[in-house]
Design a binder for this molecule. Structure first.
Ligand code: GLA
Length: 390
């Protein structure tokens, strides 16, 4: 959103001229359900983002208003130990974690504006957490490295909000770079920016407009199944501590010993890590066709072995794969609804959109939203251009 509009919104509710911080949502290109297995991911930041206008107070109150939701909440930081089951929990959780990390916050007026579609697996929550982190840090002139801010935001989501997510979403929101996907090792947090030249292919994101309720409980169940897999595989390979440590070759030698469901879950994770590594190589070689094939394989594995797809996601992927110029199509994010991510030849993008719109509507009765985004920058302060006093 334009900075002058946000300032105007802020001033409608609060006095003063705020600072503005922004953090993007993300689309994960490949590497799904690998982050909490210490594995590899390849997300990119998108142009849809959360902007927060902020000014410090002195009375320890947090006044939080969402422009997009036309809702607000106010509470004291002295009474901020528990979630309230409200959208503000993401900001409140980050405030709590900052205080536990030693930042004594003075209170703040915050106006939040978001363009990240909610419930679409594009990480609207991570964007809100990371933007909140920057905004709240500014009230004490505090700074954190992007990786540390991502970890703090993840802690807020795990411990305050109660969602046991991995590190991918917060990390890409904090660390994204224009024109690049981010290759992240979720164990060491070492990362590399991988150029994604827009003249070679476009990233097209299609929203199924459906999010199934079970996504949270099934997510936690998948995590447990992976942990069980590690415990069982340790009988053969005592040195492993996560599925990340199991190569496809090692897995092939020991998978027979695993119960069927656990075997399927582990197979997905072990092969998905490999697909991420191969994708980085393909992108570096400019081989988009190969990258697209790996995306296809990733979806098939998520559908058949990890079982986190949904009928709507499968319909969307199947439609996409039949369209000339579509190099690869897969679900993105946690699953059970949300979006697909598609790699499409640049000159085929507009035809692709039309066919998806019509085909998906015909099969489901739903009108999909389609987002085209080049890889965007990560979280930062929006430095205000001088605005004339009004
Ligand atoms: C959600 C979580 C991430 C990651 C993905 C699946 O987006 O927040 O940490 O586990 O699901 O890849």
């Amino acid at each position: 959103m334009d900075q002058s509009v946000i300032i105007e919104h802020f001033r409608r509710y609060f006095p003063g001229t705020p600072r503005i911080f922004t953090a993007p949502g993300r689309v994960n290109l490949i590497g799904e359900h690998t982050d909490y297995n210490d594995g590899f991911v390849l997300p990119m930041a998108i142009q849809y983002r959360v902007d927060i206008a902020v000014l410090p107070r002195t009375d320890r109150l947090l006044n939080i208003r969402s422009g997009s939701m036309d809702d607000s909440i106010s509470f004291s930081l002295d009474e901020n130990t528990r979630r309230r089951n409200h959208w503000s929990d993401y900001t409140a959780g980050v405030a709590r974690m900052l205080e536990l990390a030693g930042f004594f916050l003075p209170g703040a007026d915050l106006l939040i504006e978001s363009t990240v579609p909610v419930g679409a697996s594009l990480s609207s929550s991570a964007a809100l957490e990371v933007a909140s982190g920057l905004a709240l840090l500014s009230t004490v002139d505090g700074h954190m490295k992007p990786g540390d801010l991502a970890l703090l935001a993840q802690r807020a989501e795990n411990e305050f909000v109660g969602m046991n997510c991995g590190i991918m979403d917060q990390f890409i929101s904090a660390r994204g770079e224009k024109g690049h996907a981010l290759f992240l090792d979720c164990r060491s947090l070492d990362f590399r920016q991988v150029p994604l030249p827009s003249d070679l292919a476009s990233i097209v994101v299609c929203n199924t407009m459906v999010k199934h309720e079970l996504s949270g409980s099934e997510y936690n169940r998948r995590r447990e199944e992976c942990e069980e897999g590690v415990t069982l595989l340790q009988k053969t390979y005592p040195e492993i501590t996560a599925l990340r440590d199991v190569s496809p070759e090692k897995f092939a030698k020991s998978e027979e010993a695993l119960p069927e469901v656990i075997r399927m879950r582990c197979r997905h994770v072990v092969t998905e890590d490999q697909r991420v590594l191969n994708s980085v190589k393909a992108l570096q070689a400019g081989n988009m066709a190969r990258f697209g094939k790996l995306m296809d394989e990733s979806h098939n594995s998520l559908r058949d072995y990890y079982q986190v797809s949904s009928p709507e996601l499968d319909i969307m992927v199947e439609l996409a794969r039949k369209i000339p110029g579509c190099l690869g199509a897969r679900m993105t994010g946690g699953g059970f609804g949300g979006c697909t991510v598609n790699l499409v030849n640049v000159d085929a993008v507009s035809g692709f959109q039309n066919i998806i719109q019509d085909g998906y509507y015909r099969e489901t009765g739903l009108t999909p939203e389609i987002y085209i985004s080049a890889p965007a920058d990560g979280a930062r302060e929006i430095i205000l251009k001088p605005v004339k006093d009004r």
